[in-house]
Design a protein around this ligand. Structure first.
Ligand code: DGY
Length: 320
């Protein structure tokens, strides 16, 4: 039987690449860098399937240029904002993602971002490393305690639900806003708010877990940030497009917000130099799902979707 040709756009975990090579005629990107649109188009034209990450952008133009040969985009990501799903539907390309398997890892990073921001993790780390730590007093490097505070979640999908459980473990009262209220067994004891505004008003820590749809772009902006309690903390492990970074920088610089813990940025890689200059931010380079276990599971899940598709079945994680 002729094995399907599969393009893998980035370096994956050895066990994932091994399994892919067993079942597919694999084309690798040996340099593990983001392919330009022209390179992506040329590479995708030569294969039946592609296994990309969120770093590759499948716009309507790119999909149109690739043409009808490509049959499936099996993403190695839960987020699909890098793929124009409507254009994919129109051109008949199946699109899948990797939900569930990264919820725990991402919730852990949300907790790291929260604690790093609340307890001034970046400042403390930099001070010790610099060799300039020569002082201690009860007034030194005092942060905000999270126990007993209110933790607000925007987007109570799988990652939001696991994050709710973790925040409760820190003794926080959890609140959430979602398009629709969840059945009580999925609420994890969190209080539902039917509007974003109502959630913001009670969130000492606000954590974003919703997808970056066009409607959600700039969800946190000058108006909505002003609704948070004084000296609140903002956590973002979802997508940079959800926050107007200029408005966030103003709120952090003025002291209106206590701090922010961010794993994602409007511009990636690189981030925002104006954010990086602030002392009250804790920053990570988009590593929410970056654990050995989760990256294995994401790769295997993407391959499961490919196997189902080429086996004539409906892939379990089909999004278009
Ligand atoms: C995801 O899966 O969407 C993560 O952000 C990593 O790509």
């Amino acid at each position: 039987m002729v094995r399907p040709k599969l393009l893998i756009t980035r370096k994956l975990r050895p066990a994932v690449e091994g399994r892919a090579a067993r079942d597919y005629d694999v084309v690798l990107n040996p340099e593990d860098r983001v392919l330009s649109d022209a390179e992506l188009i040329a590479a995708c034209r030569a294969v039946d399937a592609v296994l990309p990450c969120h770093s590759e952008r499948f716009t309507a133009e790119v999909l149109d240029a690739i043409g009808p040969g490509l049959r499936i985009i099996a993403n190695h990501s839960v987020g699909t904002d890098h793929v124009d799903l409507e254009a994919a539907r129109k051109s008949g390309v199946v699109v899948t993602n990797t939900p569930d398997v990264l919820s725990e890892a991402t919730a852990e990073i949300a907790m790291l971002c929260m604690l790093g921001a609340a307890r001034r993790g970046a400042e403390g780390d930099a001070l010790v490393r610099s060799g300039a730590w020569n002082f201690w007093s009860p007034a030194f490097m005092v942060g905000r305690q999270v126990s007993g505070k209110r933790f607000g979640i925007v987007g109570m999908g799988r990652v939001g639900q696991v994050t709710a459980e973790r925040a409760r473990g820190f003794g926080m009262q959890v609140h959430y806003h979602n398009r629709r209220r969840l059945p009580s067994h999925q609420e994890k004891g969190a209080v539902f708010h039917d509007s974003l505004e109502s959630l913001l008003a009670v969130s000492d820590v606000l954590s974003l877990h919703c997808p970056a749809t066009p409607e959600n772009a700039g969800l946190l902006n000058a108006r909505t940030l002003a609704l948070l309690p004084e000296r609140a903390i903002v956590v973002n492990t979802a997508r940079g497009a959800l926050i107007d970074e200029g408005a966030l920088i103003s709120a952090l610089s003025s002291g209106r917000l206590f701090a922010a813990g961010l794993d994602v940025f409007q511009t990636e890689p690189g981030g925002n130099p104006d954010l990086s200059r602030l002392p009250n931010v804790f920053l990570l380079p988009h590593i929410g799902s970056a654990t050995e276990e989760t990256r294995d599971a994401m790769g295997f899940r993407a391959l499961d979707n490919l196997d189902a598709f080429f086996g004539g079945q409906e892939p379990q994680d089909r999004v278009a």
